[in-house]
Structure formats: C-alpha cells, structure tokens
Design a protein around this ligand. Structure first.
Ligand code: NAD
Length: 266
C-alpha cells in the first residue's frame, strides 16, 4: 500500500470492468477512498468488495453517466457521506465497430455521444462545486487514439475527439479554482471491450512500435499520476498511452512495408 492519494475521495466511472476496475484497485492501494460508478451493478459490487477485502476503502454506486439526475444523486451522496470529492475519472465508454459512416444507425450515434462525450461533460458539471469547496481537484478523462486520428469507426472517433475539446476547455475554465483537467488516450488495451477481436488486436500490435496491447494496469498507472498531486502543474493535456502508435505508428508501417518490398531500401 502507498499513500500517493491519501486523504482523497475519488469517483471512477465504468469501474466494474477493464481500465476503470484497474484504476479503482490502484487508487485504493494508494490510500484513496474510491467510489466505483457503473451500470453493471453486480460486477461493480464484487469489485468494490474485492478492494475492501484487500484492505482498501471502496464502495459501488449505480451511475449511468448519460443521466444528469444520476450524477447529482451520486455526487450528493458522496459529499454527504464522505465530506468531499477530490478526483473524478471519466472512464466509462462504449465502442462501435463494424459499421461505416454511411451505415451507422442514428440510435447508435446518439448512444455513443451520450455515454462517451455527454457523460464526461455532465460529470465535470456535477463535481466542480464539490472540488471548489475542497480547494481544488483533479479530473482525468479517457479518450482514445481514435480521437487523435481519422478512424474507421466514425461515431466512436468523433466522441473521443470531443473529449479532447472538453478537456482543454474545462482545464481553462476551472484552473482558477485549482481544478486540473487532463485526458489519457489509450491505444489498444486488453479489456472486455476488445475481447474476441483477435484479428483487430493483432493488427493494432503490428502497427504499434511497442508491438503489443497494453494491460489495463499500464493505463491505470498513468491515470494515477495525472490524478495525484505529482501532476500539480499539469492541466489541459492529451497524453497518449499507446506504445508509440500515435507518435510514430505510421512510419513503422511504412518501414515494414518497405522492408517487404523488392529493393528493401528506405
Ligand atoms: N480497450 C481499448 O482498447 C480502449 C482503447 C482506447 C480507449 N478505450 C476507452 O477506455 C475506457 C474504458 O474501456 P475498457 O477498455 O476498460 O472497456 P470495458 O468495456 O471493460 O469497460 C467499460 C465500462 O464502462 C461501463 N459503462 C458503459 N456504459 C456506461 C454508462 N452509461 N454509465 C456508466 N458506465 C458505463 C461498462 O459497464 C464497463 O464496465 C472507455 O472510455 C473506452 O472507450 C478503450
């Protein structure tokens, strides 16, 4: 157990699974009181119990991030029960692969915007009063490398590009209160979101300089840094956590292709 988040209360969305669960475990192991929010209630309760069994402070609360009323209920309860809220991780998200821009159903477009983009927007609005009262806070939004490039899944990509604008605008607006807002942009991460997509995982690894997918724990350590006081002068940034995919994945693909060519010369 460490103490990098000692004395802090953190709300993590989408914490019943994948990266959110890894972040909840890590934050609790660093001394935070962790509130896990999700719509998968059973898995969330089990996750919170396993953190308590390991000696951490954790509780699960049902939170649909697309619901403004849901956010109010959860944040009010946290403040009433624990006296404040210092960290928000907007991690909950859903993907949509296998459709083109032309074939994306309107209902799916709207669902992705509601959860991936409106969710973090509502979350920031819901927590800032408590953070102002606490004298500051840290918010970490989860984007994606799909929000740093043109992408094959337009609705997902657009929702994650939006997270970047939200991050920078909120960082600007809330800096006077000592509230920092940053974004992480994972590349490919082995979680239930991509489970079973073996060809996709393999192709992403091929296009990634570090040549593999990340574990959820490798994303969580970066989110921990941004959420902690160690990042006290960091706000408004987009931080790719992607094995080099967005920095030089394109040139890696060029190099691999040239090496396969007749001349092999670059
Ligand atoms: N796995 C990847 O390769 C990858 C890559 C880049 C970005 N991301 C992003 O990382 C984040 C975490 O995803 P993950 O990989 O851990 O996937 P995951 O599917 O394991 O976890 C997502 C969690 O969000 C929850 N969720 C979905 N809709 C919700 C809602 N309306 N309200 C509250 N919770 C809701 C789910 O129940 C689930 O527990 C997402 O924002 C995702 O878009 C994932």
């Amino acid at each position: 157990m460490g103490n990098r988040l000692a004395g802090k209360t953190a709300l993590i969305t989408g914490a019943s699974s994948g990266q959110g669960a890894a972040e909840a475990r890590l934050f609790a192991s660093e001394g935070a009181r962790v509130v896990l929010g999700d719509v998968q209630d059973k898995a969330g309760e089990v996750m919170a119990q396993s953190i308590r069994d390991a000696g951490g402070k954790a509780e699960y609360r049902h939170l649909d991030v697309a619901s403004e009323a849901g956010w109010k209920t959860v944040v009010d309860a946290i403040v009433a029960t624990h006296g404040g809220l210092h960290i928000l991780v907007n991690n909950a998200g859903v993907s949509l692969r296998g459709v083109t821009l032309e074939t994306t159903p309107m209902a799916d477009w709207q669902r992705l915007m509601d959860i991936n983009l409106t969710g973090p927007f509502l979350g920031i609005r819901a927590v800032v009063q408590a953070m102002k009262a606490a004298g500051g806070g840290a918010i970490v939004n989860t984007g994606s490398t799909a929000g740093m490039n043109g992408h094959f899944a337009t609705a997902y990509s657009v929702s994650k590009w939006g997270v970047r604008g939200l991050t920078k605008s909120a960082a600007n607006e809330f800096a006077p209160w000592g509230i920092r807002v940053n974004a992480v942009h994972p590349g490919i991460v082995e979680t239930p979101m991509v489970a079973g997509s073996d060809d996709f995982l393999e192709a992403m690894a091929w296009a990634t300089p570090l040549a593999r997918a990340a574990s959820a724990d490798e994303i969580a350590t970066v989110v921990l840094f941004l959420a902690s006081d160690e990042a006290s002068f960091v706000t408004g940034i987009d931080l790719p956590v992607d094995g080099g995919f967005s920095a030089s994945g394109l040139y890696r693909r060029v190099l691999l292709r040239v090496k396969e060519s007749a001349s092999g010369r670059i």
